[in-house]
Design a protein around this ligand. Structure first.
Ligand code: DGL
Length: 283
């Protein structure tokens, strides 16, 4: 039986649209409700309790739409809040770290994996832990690359000299950690926009993978297995909701999504914080 309920996808802001893009390419008939927390972005420099609280508030809000599953499309929230979310809500919950880690584990069989991510994701050690569960003893060298987030949001592309300089600097810091890199894992929603530039700076023998593509591949397997796949009639719809500045989201977001964004709905605090306990285990 087809399940045509939407998948709820959320991120701290625009970045999760790279995950939506990968999902829509792979699973074109799935409908998606996307929430971008543009009023509170970035999460990558915030503390764990704050990121967890934000994630709970967002899933509480999205649960009203009766999604069939939730995809935490933010690496930082995935690194920090998954246990809290799984404990709190009775919804199938997917994150971007586990699929990304699977790619990292594959690379780690050939040598060290270089991880680029936000400060909070690096500090959480979620990626090395997840990769280590798959390949015990795997070597992961992590480097926070926070500047790439605002550079992507500013609309700069991979040929921009400032972007190139930032990438070179972060890769130099990774290399200085003394490991021959076999590949690079892009553990932040924004970095796929600079994928070609990162690959060019890293060198031809370094494989570059990202968690957005890996998440779409994982969903393509998991949704049918759980009886949650949409029917064959497409294309799936996409509704974007944001906590601030819908115009900017529409303008900049289409670059992340790779297609025009038709409509963006602003969700004000009264609506966002209205008490609703659908799918929430009362604590
Ligand atoms: N979405 C975040 C991530 O993937 C990057 C932007 C932010 O710091 O909020 O980690």
């Amino acid at each position: 039986m087809a399940d045509n309920r939407p998948i709820a996808v959320f991120d701290s802001g625009l970045g999760g649209l790279t995950v939506v893009r990968a999902i829509r390419r792979r699973l074109a008939t799935e409908s998606i409700i996307y929430f971008g927390d543009t009023a509170r972005v970035p999460y990558g420099i915030k503390s764990s309790p704050t990121v967890s609280r934000f994630a709970v508030e967002i899933v509480r809000y999205l649960a009203r739409f009766e999604p069939k599953a939730v995809v935490v499309a933010c690496n930082t929230a995935s690194a920090i809040a998954m246990e809290t979310l799984a404990d709190r809500f009775d919804l199938p919950m997917f994150n971007v770290i586990d699929p990304g880690a699977r790619e990292g584990a594959r690379i780690s069989r050939r040598g060290a994996v270089g991880l680029l991510a936000t400060e909070a994701t690096v500090a959480s050690e979620a990626y090395p832990r997840a990769i280590g569960r798959l390949v015990p003893g795997a070597r992961v060298l992590a480097q926070a690359a926070p500047l790439l987030v605002p550079l992507a949001e500013e609309g700069r592309d991979g040929d921009d000299p400032i972007v190139r300089l930032a990438i070179r600097d972060y890769l130099d810091k990774l290399r200085a950690q003394n490991g021959r890199l076999a590949g690079l894992l892009l553990g932040c929603t924004h970095y796929p926009l600079f994928r070609d530039a990162i690959a060019a700076e890293a060198g031809a023998d370094i494989e570059v993978v990202d968690s957005a593509d890996a998440t779409a591949t994982m969903l393509a397997g998991e949704l049918p297995a759980a009886g949650l796949a949409a029917g064959a009639d497409g294309p799936g719809e996409l509704h974007c909701l944001v906590s601030d500045n819908p115009q900017r989201f529409g303008r900049v977001g289409s670059r992340f999504l790779g297609e025009p964004i038709e409509e963006v709905t602003y969700v004000g605090p009264d609506e966002f914080f209205a008490v609703a306990t659908a799918h929430e285990r009362v604590k």
